[in-house]
Design a protein. Structure first.
Length: 150
């Protein structure tokens, strides 16, 4: 099958297929004399595996490891468990950070009385925090980075 058909069957873009090839996650296909790529069923299977991993937000480095483990299935179960345990802990850290962010945002939102006749209490709170020496403000992305990876 050609790249467009492979992408359609895997429900992704052609550029995604090319990206995974460049990253070495998807082996290069044979080429026709016209230089068109010719993919086989194993390419589709691997691409679906990669896409499933990405839907679980598994990073490319870990997908590489999982593919290596899949190539040696008799030695991989404990290693896969360890990898997934790290991902589960990462998710727990992110959830804690997001709960804290939710709490902070709700607290800020509670300061607003909706009265336009005076300055916005939320904006004043931001200004006060930024004016304080050593004050830090953390976005969800920064919290995720602090929790292990963004």
């Amino acid at each position: 099958m050609k790249i467009g058909e492979l992408a359609a069957k895997a429900e992704c873009d052609v550029q995604t297929v090319r990206f995974y090839e460049r990253e070495g996650l998807l082996e290069a296909p044979l080429r026709e004399s016209s230089n068109h790529r010719l993919y086989a069923a194993h390419h589709l299977e691997r691409l679906r595996f990669i896409r499933q991993c990405r839907s679980l937000e598994i990073p490319l480095t870990e997908i590489r490891q999982l593919l290596d483990y899949a190539a040696a299935p008799d030695h991989s179960c404990a290693q896969v468990d360890t990898l997934l345990d790290r991902d589960i802990e990462h998710v727990h850290r992110r959830l804690r950070a997001l709960r804290e962010l939710d709490k902070q945002l709700r607290s800020l939102r509670a300061r607003c009385d909706g009265d336009a006749s005076h300055a916005c209490a939320i904006l004043e709170s931001f200004m006060d925090a930024s004016a304080k020496e050593g004050a830090s403000c953390c976005s969800a992305t920064e919290m995720c980075a602090e929790a292990g990876r963004s």
